[in-house]
Ligand binder design. Structure first.
Ligand code: 7PM
Length: 312
């Protein structure tokens, strides 16, 4: 499947939405309706799973469960990007992710994304079967853009101000939405210049990566503006600290607000939602898809007959 795609449709005053299937190293990522990207941390220090899934076999079981729960993509990360986190050595990161990708590649129908900033990890992961590069650093590490171009898989470009060690110290912007858009525009241009087709790019405003709560809220309130690039918009809001700060909730208490934020993002044009809680998030997004479909002329509905059949 070539990246023949992209009907950017405007309907009924809603933000532009993307209709596309992306070729991820031979596996299709269906973006015809909002989808869930399931988070699989393979770090010993991961904030949300306490390292429970650091054992390869546990990680494999968790990924298969996420696929069964409705994930369209499994995002594997071997380096914590937690604010204040120390970088992980390249060989250590490869040793964490590659065995898990190799074990999963033939057992998963859905593609795997590799959450990394490092060119050597990108190459090793894609060789092992990963089908998408999810880089919170938007391919700014030396050699990363060339590595991604040579890997030939789609790339999610995320905005981050500063680096994970220091980014939450004192984030500063003029207009945060305008600056994040300008950054992504520059990165799109750098990618196209470097041999990555525009059609292979996805965009993410990077909630929580060098942003205050107020700046995160601005980005979500105006998320529809990111659809104007005509590329799929990805969001990661699951369990993030803005929920804790706004509502006074600990990490284990943030699922309802995470689902609400996922829905609000989809309403504003997001088509891929990164989540730790796949079953719950997918249930919510399916309702969004059903309602979206109900607003279309009757002849356009057949595509969603499978959604109706899953009832029960
Ligand atoms: C601590 C704080 C640990 C935050 C991990 C995180 C995103 C991502 C992450 C995102 C994309 C998390 C984050 N967040 N990739 N990777 N977008 N594309 O909440 O927002 O898992 S790490």
């Amino acid at each position: 499947m070539k990246a023949a795609r992209m009907a950017v449709a405007r309907s009924g005053g809603r933000p532009a939405s993307i209709s596309a299937a992306l070729d991820c190293n031979g596996k299709a990522l269906d973006l015809f309706r909002p989808q869930v990207m399931g988070v699989l941390n393979v770090t010993p220090d991961s904030f949300s799973d306490g390292g429970d899934f650091f054992m390869p076999e546990k990680a494999v079981q968790r990924a298969l469960q996420m696929e069964a729960d409705g994930a369209a993509l499994i995002d594997i990360g071997g380096e914590s990007t937690r604010p204040g986190a120390e970088p992980v050595a390249e060989q250590e990161e490869i040793a964490r992710v590659v065995p898990v990708i190799e074990a999963l590649q033939s057992r998963l129908r859905v593609p795997i994304s590799i959450d990394t900033q490092k060119p050597a990890v990108m190459r090793a992961a894609v060789r092992a079967g990963a089908g998408l590069i999810n880089d919170v650093n938007a391919l700014r590490m030396p050699g990363a853009l060339q590595a991604a171009a040579e890997c030939g898989v789609p790339v999610c470009l995320m905005h981050m101000q500063g680096d994970p060690r220091t980014m939450q110290a004192a984030p500063q912007y003029g207009d945060v939405v305008d600056e994040v858009k300008a950054f992504l525009q520059q990165r799109i241009e750098a990618c196209v210049q470097g041999g990555i087709a525009r059609e292979r790019l996805l965009l993410d405003p990077g909630f929580g990566f060098g942003k205050t709560v107020e700046q995160n809220l601005q980005l979500l309130a105006r998320l529809d503006e990111f659809s104007h690039f005509g590329l799929p918009v990805v969001v990661g809001l699951s369990r993030k600290s803005m929920i804790g700060k706004l509502l006074g909730l600990d990490i284990g208490e943030r699922l309802p607000a995470s689902i609400a934020l996922a829905m609000l993002a989809v309403e504003r044009g997001a088509c891929l939602v990164r989540s730790h809680d796949v079953a719950e998030t997918w249930q919510a997004l399916r309702m969004s898809a059903v309602l979206q479909e109900a607003g279309k002329p009757a002849y356009g509905r057949s595509r969603f007959s499978d959604l109706e059949k899953q009832d029960g």
